[in-house]
Design a binder for this molecule. Structure first.
Ligand code: GA4
Length: 313
């Protein structure tokens, strides 16, 4: 059994209901765009089936990641230069019942040094996985543009498919525990779109518009999509960046793999002109992704980062 090297604080963690109305989008359905837009407006969250990503590949990467997380703490600590983190989230003192690997998708992963810790096969699998997930993220973004009736249909996907797109990949491992643990505190993702895949253990929760939290039933064969901060801005608030968190309570470990699709650093983020109706005012002032990152990455996890860029009424 893996035990985290430092204890995490225990607070009274709430009990939440199951998210029964979770929108399920079948990508084979030619009318999926309408459902996608509806889900992004209402929840900023949906599940995707018939996504075209080979599930055997996903399972292989998951088991390779688990082999890493099951190594001794001393061994795993050697992976800190390659994005390994334990309990600490961000720079402002947030903690969670979690250990993880986190890196930019343009990072030179399979450097000689990292091969002492990760087998070459692992990086090969990460590469394969990331290219399939990036394709999925772009397909979903194109369908969003279709659903919003904006052209070209690549107006959103180009941000993530760009060679210099500043995307991240994170593998979170929540060790088993016999009590409720705050795995990852509430937050919104700063990027454009996140694609989440987890094993069969529950824990992910999202906040609805009225502020109530609901549990997302796990489904290892599907992917969950979140609308992130930049997408809320690009759609001038039509889509909502969804607040989410992880609370675990299971004797089995939870593992999730998340691709955060972000724009290139110099990309200017502002509501899309093709979307704005006549006389519609922008709710946000323009910023570059680099500006956003500088402001956002130095905040507490639960901070409402979009508010820094909201225009005053
Ligand atoms: C939340 C989404 C992604 O996991 C992440 C996180 C990042 C980090 O772990 O370094 C941040 C968080 C996330 C937003 C606010 C800052 C930065 C931790 C934190 C407290 C990789 C990201 O892009 O933003």
């Amino acid at each position: 059994m893996v035990v985290l090297s430092q204890p995490v604080e225990h607070i009274n963690l709430p009990t939440t209901n199951n998210f029964t109305q979770i929108p399920v989008v079948d990508l084979w359905n030619p009318n999926a765009e309408t459902e996608i837009v509806k889900a992004c407006q209402e929840f900023g969250f949906f599940k995707v089936i018939n996504h075209g990503v080979p599930i055997e590949m996903v399972n292989t990467l998951e088991s390779q990641a688990l082999s890493f997380f099951n190594l001794s703490q001393c061994h795993k600590n050697k992976a800190s230069p390659f994005g390994y983190g334990n309990k600490k989230i961000g720079q402002r003192g947030d903690t969670g019942w979690v250990e993880y690997l986190l890196f930019g998708t343009n990072t030179e992963l399979d450097s000689q040094n990292s091969l002492d810790i990760f087998p070459h096969d692992f990086w090969l699998m990460v590469r394969k996985y990331l290219s399939a997930i990036k394709e999925l993220a772009c397909e979903v973004l194109k369908r969003m543009a279709d659903g919003l009736n904006i052209e070209p249909r690549t107006v959103l996907s180009r941000l993530v498919s760009a060679e210099k797109s500043d995307s991240y990949f994170r593998i979170n491992h929540y060790p088993a525990s016999d009590r409720k643990e705050l795995g990852f505190g509430e937050h919104t993702d700063p990027q454009v779109i996140s694609v989440i895949r987890s094993n069969n253990i529950s824990g992910l929760e999202i906040a609805l518009k009225d502020g109530t939290w609901v549990q997302v039933p796990p489904d290892p064969n599907s992917f969950f999509i979140t609308v992130d901060d930049c997408l809320q801005v690009l759609t001038n608030g039509r889509f909502r960046s969804v607040k989410h968190r992880v609370i675990t309570e299971s004797l089995k470990e939870r593992i999730s793999m998340i691709h955060f699709g972000g724009p290139p650093s110099t990309e200017k983020i502002a509501p899309l002109t093709s979307l704005m109706e006549q006389g519609e005012e922008s709710l946000y002032r323009e910023f570059t992704w680099d500006d956003y990152k500088k402001a956002a990455f130095n905040t507490k996890l639960a901070c409402n980062r979009i508010s820094f860029f909201e225009k005053c009424p």
